[in-house]
Design a protein around this ligand. Structure first.
Ligand SMILES: C[S@@+](CC[C@H](N)C(=O)[O-])C[C@H]1O[C@@H](n2cnc3c(N)ncnc32)[C@H](O)[C@@H]1O
Length: 314
């Protein structure tokens, strides 16, 4: 073996590490990709939350998860782009991720900014969170500042979708967007409004990616968008939030391969759904202490299982 055989793979740094460093250097910490099973099933623990001074920061909503970064990173090698648009910027996690992945593209984003008063439920139960007093454009300014500091071609504009799309897109995008990431208002009605509002402003072969479709029960809105353009969409089951994608007929084989890799067959989904409750019960029983009544039952089931085949044979 010569020296070059054992040298490490050079030059490519995963987008997660680059993003992580950008926020860390600016004094923000990140919480992401914690397994919900370890935290009372708290699904949000998969998504990105910015922290400042040890406290979670409300920037408008959680950022995309690690598996979703992985999806975009996989798509990147299959898809050259020069113009990308994001609805829903929050603290800029996905906007900056897209800009890192497609450095040759302009990434423009729209966000209405922090509109609501702090949630009183959070005030009562989630007491270690930064509350109130945040300027409404906090996440917008933060994203634009970070992009400037890292020479990323990003422009985040404060505005409301869909009303402001007709003037924001032509002024912030050098060309009609070829990829749009929809992650603004989380309702079926809003997703349809966003999609309708984009129609005459994007490239005819635009790819639409919708965040949180399964998580936030927005399948109906997504299906409606697919019907409007008369094409079949795909739910990306192997992404944490159940993102969805609507491809143009011209999508390349390479892009379709990525979509396929992050989807799941209907048959396997059905089977998994059917087995999941029983499988969950088994794992609960598995963890019971041996000396409890149910623990003894577990030992008995294991014994029967181990001896049954022998009983059958004789
Ligand atoms: C879930 S967060 C976006 C997270 C972001 N894409 C990321 O991955 O970091 C949703 C954002 O959409 C914004 N938003 C909600 N409704 C909107 C609308 N109609 N127009 C523009 N922005 C909107 C909110 O202010 C919030 O910041």
């Amino acid at each position: 073996m010569n020296e070059s055989d054992c040298s490490p793979i050079q030059s490519y740094e995963p987008v997660f590490l680059r993003l992580f460093r950008i926020y860390r250097q600016a004094g923000y910490d990140i919480r992401i990709n914690l397994n919900p099973a370890f935290f009372a099933g708290w699904g949000d623990s998969l998504f990105c939350m910015l922290y400042k001074d040890g406290k979670p920061l409300s920037t408008g909503g959680g950022g995309i998860s690690l598996s979703e970064l992985n999806f975009f990173e996989s798509l990147r090698s299959a898809l050259p782009l020069s113009s990308i648009f994001v609805i829903g910027n929050s603290g800029g996690w996905s906007t900056l991720a897209l800009a890192l992945l497609w450095p040759e593209a302009r990434v423009a984003a729209i966000d209405c900014g922090l509109m609501e008063k702090p949630n009183p439920l959070f005030e009562v139960f989630d007491f270690d969170r930064h509350q109130g007093g945040m300027p409404s454009d906090f996440g917008i300014v933060l994203t634009n500042d970070l992009a400037r500091a890292h020479h990323l071609d990003v422009q985040v504009v404060q505005g409301m979708s869909p009303q402001d799309l007709p003037h924001v897109i032509p002024s912030a995008c050098p060309a009609p967007p070829q990829l749009v990431f929809i992650d603004g208002g989380h309702s079926n009605e809003q997703v349809i409004k966003d999609f309708d509002g984009l129609q005459r402003l994007v490239d005819p072969n635009c790819i639409f990616i919708f965040h949180d479709v399964v998580n936030w029960h927005m399948e109906k809105g997504f299906l409606h968008c697919c019907e409007v353009v008369g094409r079949k969409g795909h739910i990306l089951w192997r992404t944490s939030s159940g993102m969805a994608i609507l491809l143009p007929d011209t999508a390349s084989v390479a892009v379709r391969e990525v979509v396929d890799a992050f989807s799941e067959s209907e048959q396997k989904l059905r089977e998994f759904k059917r087995r999941a409750p029983r499988r969950r019960m088994v794992s609960i029983i598995e963890k019971l202490p041996e000396n409890s009544i149910l623990g003894k039952l577990k030992t008995a089931i294991k014994w029967i299982n181990a001896h049954l085949p022998r009983l059958h044979r004789h």
